[in-house]
Design a protein around this ligand. Structure first.
Ligand SMILES: Cc1ncc(C[n+]2csc(CCOP(=O)(O)OP(=O)(O)O)c2C)c(N)n1
Ligand code: SF4
Ligand SMILES: [Mg+2]
Length: 289
């Protein structure tokens, strides 16, 4: 039993308004999300939804969900939703943002999605400085498909395709996507945070919120890499997996701000929507004949 005592703060247990009140799942599964207990995706979803609430942007937010365990992000976010093909979320986000410049577009992607099959899309979206916010969930593995090696898998880490552990001479070194993107001129903000510790969980939240705020101000491209847990594929308990993020992953992927040009970045004019994208006025003849 918990001891009843006076708290120096108010404990609030509520769901962000940017989440649906009920998950669109089978009746018998309504009480639970499709994520495993201890999965980082749920925690990170809540950060994104809470930031949308705080910034008052729910009605104009559009979430691009990836392929991977978070493919069903649209079950939870009560915002505009598009589900992109594996790796293509930044390209889809670009199209949505350019055709609807007033919308707030969030590209939510796993590490297999973003750093393997989608490496070209993220590189060029960042290099173009698209005014989108990318949430990059790095759990160092392809989880949804059962645990194959990803570009972000740590040296020595076992996976179904590296049963002896990843070796640099065979699979290369872990890819530092945030640092790579940090060498480009256009990105405004890139930070790596982690969910390896409950206490400083406010830091990843601040980073996620800042990435969205930068877009609200029209400043340009931002990306937050979140070192995340996957207890199921890592074969750990929820608590062990949190410790593994903090004690092991963070050694390969140090936390911190990699790029922050927020102060000097100027609000960008909304990109012109090509005439051919605009709906034809009523009564006028279509340009596509
Ligand atoms: C074009 C294409 N290639 C491969 C797949 C198979 N696939 C589905 S999810 C996935 C990996 C997902 O890993 P990650 O992006 O790290 O997300 P996680 O499940 O770890 O959150 C792969 C390879 C696919 N669906 N489509
Ligand atoms: S397999 Fe891993 S990433 Fe996927 S839902 Fe379970 S804990 Fe989360
Ligand atoms: Mg992954």
């Amino acid at each position: 039993m918990f001891e009843e005592r006076e708290m120096p703060y108010e404990v609030v247990r509520s769901r962000p308004k940017s989440f649906y009140e009920r998950f669109d799942r089978k009746d018998e599964l309504q009480h639970q999300t499709h994520y495993c207990p201890g999965c980082g995706h749920g925690i990170i979803h809540k950060m994104v939804a809470q930031a949308m609430d705080e910034l008052g942007i729910q009605n104009r937010s559009i979430l691009i969900s990836p392929v991977g365990c978070s493919v069903f992000a649209y079950y939870y976010f009560d915002v505009g939703n598009v589900q992109a093909a594996h790796g293509r979320a930044p390209a889809v986000a670009t199209a949505v943002k350019r055709s609807r410049p007033e919308s707030i577009v969030v590209s939510y992607q796993g590490d297999g999605d973003l750093s393997a099959i989608g490496s070209a899309e993220i590189l060029h979206a960042a290099n173009r400085g698209e005014n989108i916010s990318v949430i990059f969930v790095n759990n160092a593995i392809y989880s949804m498909t059962g645990g194959q090696v990803a570009p972000t898998t740590l040296l020595g880490q076992k996976s179904t395709t590296t049963p002896e552990g990843r070796k640099a001479e065979k699979e290369g070194y872990p890819l530092h996507v945030s640092e790579l993107l940090g060498t480009l001129e256009a990105p405004v903000y890139i930070e790596r945070v982690g969910v390896g510790d409950n206490k400083p969980i406010a830091q990843p939240y601040r980073a996620v919120r800042k990435a969205l705020e930068i877009q609200v101000k029209g400043l340009g491209f931002s990306l937050v890499e979140v070192l995340s847990t996957c207890p199921t594929i890592w074969k750990m308990s929820a608590v062990e997996s949190q410790h593994w993020v903090r004690d092991v992953m963070e050694k390969t992927f140090p936390l911190g701000v990699i790029r922050d040009r927020t102060k000097e970045a100027q609000p960008r004019e909304a990109r012109a929507v090509p005439r051919s994208w605009q709906p034809a006025a009523k009564g006028s003849r279509s340009q596509h004949r």
